[in-house]
Design a protein around this ligand. Structure first.
Ligand code: GLA
Length: 668
């Protein structure tokens, strides 16, 4: 049994970003009382405290942090202590104006907000490591500190800088990648096109604004560099902390399904994978996106993870800053637990009265404790306490969906055959029918070990390297069911088109070949045999061993296969050469699950999300009624509902909008 990633916080951790420096100290005592009332057992402190901790270069004032940590410890609340490096103080910028980032158009940004620094700046790195070292030295053995929180949301607001220092860092990164071989770079970037051939490393620039479109291979390396450059800052701070306190786990908070960073490269560097998730109020089924990003986090973590931030209600950076509906706070929070979170925290503890986020919700709202939010917060604390035994249990997916940031970046570069393609939308379209059917999903890298899965889905994997392509094809060959979405496998690791027919990387496994794409105009659809339609994409598929599952019945590709199925080795490989409407896609995924022998966790009444976590001794069934109709759901005879503590032999009844978490012992 592997050890838990944050062993010293018991049960399901519960807390928030805690920014007491925004308040007079009289308020702190009330904070402690209320935290105890709500069952809070960990808070994230010091995230934006740099200006107060280091009033001038090299001069520290730890008195306030000493008092905060002391108070937390006295009240039995753990601290996830942050390095404050996401918000350098004004004095730093006045001394080091070159640390301010430059955008694509050559404008240097100003300070006065947060997260405004050049990732390659030497002065920023030096200052960040200095304050990190001072904090680590002072608090290495502090009994309140259960976790270290490096920086805040790397890549948020600024994930790239186009200044000369960044240009030099980019060149150094390229020289390492291409082993100092400029000819290899010219080859990888296809620089014979448009006279871009480089004779000297110093000729290479970040992809600054130019008159015409950028080189996609160059852009791809730039995105990889930007992710790695921030990762190197994270690692440098982490190493400073680890040296002072080798056993305390270290995290940094991810930003859900952001395209800023390649989290597959980041996750192995974290002791605790943690995520910040804000449901979009424009999404009428935000619960699907919560499930998707939580599944991604569980997959990145390879086990339990920590929801470091979400909201109790209004999110000030969204266009309409809406409140959560009745029961939504609880459903949202427990959905994250259902998908593997062993810690639930909010931004933030007490709603600010001043500053850029004064209209953001919090656990203690502006109205105080005589409020719906506070009552919900206290109830959630009790719920999480009741779920303590769920801690450490894991998912049970037999279906994997590939997720790859390189493919995502490349798919969304300019000048694609169809510039409407959005990676996350393609993945979500395939994820949704599975979510509705209660089929558990993991996300995997294309080169992952696929042996735990029966069905592997590959939507939108425009770019795939040879190893990833061989791994996916090998999965089918060895008996798995593989389904590949249109335009997947089109380009190699350098973003070069794979020649000889589309989709290059998967042609053989799929038993088809296409000679031309026929992308669709916005709003256009083509009819499919069987009554469905499809949009976004079509291509002239020729069968080379595969059979047609369905085909177009109108448009320029009438009678051409739209979905194909090929027997490949011991398994099968399907190709969805178009973007079917939701009902048709659901039928395809149902057929794929049946063929692969994948069962839903349990047949869910419509509107009820069903998720299973498993421990060696029990299955925990999370039933969440998003639909608001209530339901009776069959469960085992020896089942117990944990939130009420009541035995529920044979069936559990969900009131409208409610949640049940059912323990079903595993026998034998
Ligand atoms: C991010 C940040 C927090 C806060 C919230 C508001 O997640 O990490 O500091 O700004 O957004 O939603």
């Amino acid at each position: 049994m592997t050890t838990h990633p944050f062993p010293s916080v018991p049960g399901i951790a519960y807390g928030a970003d805690y920014n007491p420096e925004q308040w007079p100290e009289e308020v702190w005592a009330e904070d402690m009382r209320l935290m105890r009332e709500a069952g809070v057992n960990i808070v994230n402190v010091g995230i934006f405290s740099w200006a107060l901790l280091e009033p001038s270069e090299g001069t520290y004032d730890f008195s306030r942090m000493d008092r905060i940590l002391g108070l937390l410890h006295d009240n039995g609340i753990a601290a996830d202590l942050a390095t404050p490096t996401a918000a350098p103080p004004a004095w730093f910028y006045r001394a080091h104006p070159e640390a301010l980032p430059v955008d694509k158009d050559g404008r240097r940004l100003s300070y006065g907000s947060r997260q405004t620094f050049c990732p390659s700046s030497h002065s920023y790195r030096e200052a960040a490591l200095r304050i990190t070292g001072a904090l680590a030295e002072r608090y290495a053995d502090h009994p309140a500190v259960a976790m270290w929180h490096i920086h805040n949301e790397y890549g948020c607001h600024t994930n790239a800088c186009y200044c000369d220092t960044s240009a030099a860092a980019f060149r150094a990164w390229l020289r390492t990648k291409y082993a100092d071989d400029l000819a290899a770079l010219n080859d990888a970037w296809g620089t014979t096109f448009w006279s871009q051939w480089y004779y000297d490393w110093d000729e290479i620039l970040p992809p600054r604004a130019t008159a015409a479109g950028p080189n996609p291979s160059n852009l791809l390396d730039w995105r990889r560099f930007c992710s790695d450059e921030l990762l190197s800052l994270y690692k440098a701070e982490r190493d400073v902390v680890r040296e002072a306190t080798p056993v305390t786990p270290v995290t940094t908070n991810f930003m859900a399904i952001t395209d800023a960073l390649d989290y597959w490269r980041w996750a192995p560097e974290l002791d605790v994978v943690s995520n910040d998730h804000y449901a979009m109020s424009t999404d009428p089924e935000a619960e699907i996106e919560i499930a998707l990003s939580s599944d991604l986090m569980r997959s990145l973590a390879g086990g339990p993870w920590f929801l470091m931030e979400h909201s109790t209600g209004a999110v000030n950076w969204q266009t309409v800053n809406r409140a959560k509906k009745s029961g939504e706070l609880r459903r949202n929070a427990l959905a994250h637990v259902a998908h593997g979170a062993d810690g639930i925290a909010f931004f933030q503890w007490r709603a600010s009265k001043a500053g850029a986020e004064q209209w953001h919700s919090a656990m203690v709202p502006h109205a105080g404790t005589d409020s719906q939010i506070w009552r919900d917060v206290v109830r959630l604390g009790a719920d999480l306490k009741a779920l303590a035994e769920v801690r450490g249990s894991t998912g049970t997916a037999e279906v994997a969906i590939t997720w790859d940031w390189n493919a995502r970046w490349a798919l969304e570069f300019p000048a694609q055959p169809n510039s409407q393609l959005r990676y996350v939308d393609l993945v979500r379209a395939w994820y949704e029918p599975l979510w509705r059917a209660g089929v558990a999903v993991d996300f995997v890298r294309p080169d992952a070990d696929l042996s735990p899965y029966r069905l592997v889905l590959v939507p939108g994997l425009y770019l795939v390297d040879d190893e990833g392509a061989a791994n996916l094809a090998g999965f089918a060959e060895r008996g798995g069911t593989l389904a590949v979405g249109f335009h997947s496998g089109a380009v190699d690791r350098n973003c070069h088109v794979r020649l000889g027919g589309y989709p290059g990387a998967f042609r053989e496994a799929l038993g088809i070949s296409s000679d031309e794409h026929f992308p669709l105009q916005p709003g256009d659809t083509v009819a499919l045999r069987g009554g469905g339609t499809s949009s976004l994409w079509s291509e002239r598929v020729r069968l080379e061993g595969a059979e047609a599952v369905t085909w177009y019945t109108d448009g320029p590709l009438t009678d051409v296969p739209a979905v194909t199925r090929n027997t490949y080795g011991e398994g099968t490989a399907w190709y969805l050469a178009t973007h079917p409407d939701p009902a048709t896609l659901t039928s395809c995924l149902t057929a794929l699950c049946t063929e692969a022998g994948v069962e839903p966790v349990r047949t869910a009444p419509e509107g009820v999300e069903v998720v299973r976590r498993r421990s060696p001794s029990a299955d925990y069934l999370f039933l969440i009624d998003h639909g608001g109709h209530g339901a009776a759901v069959p469960v085992a005879e020896d089942a117990v509902e944990l939130l009420t503590g009541k035995a529920t032999p044979g069936s559990v009844t969900l009131a409208p909008g409610e949640i049940a978490v059912v323990r079903q012992p595993r026998h034998g």
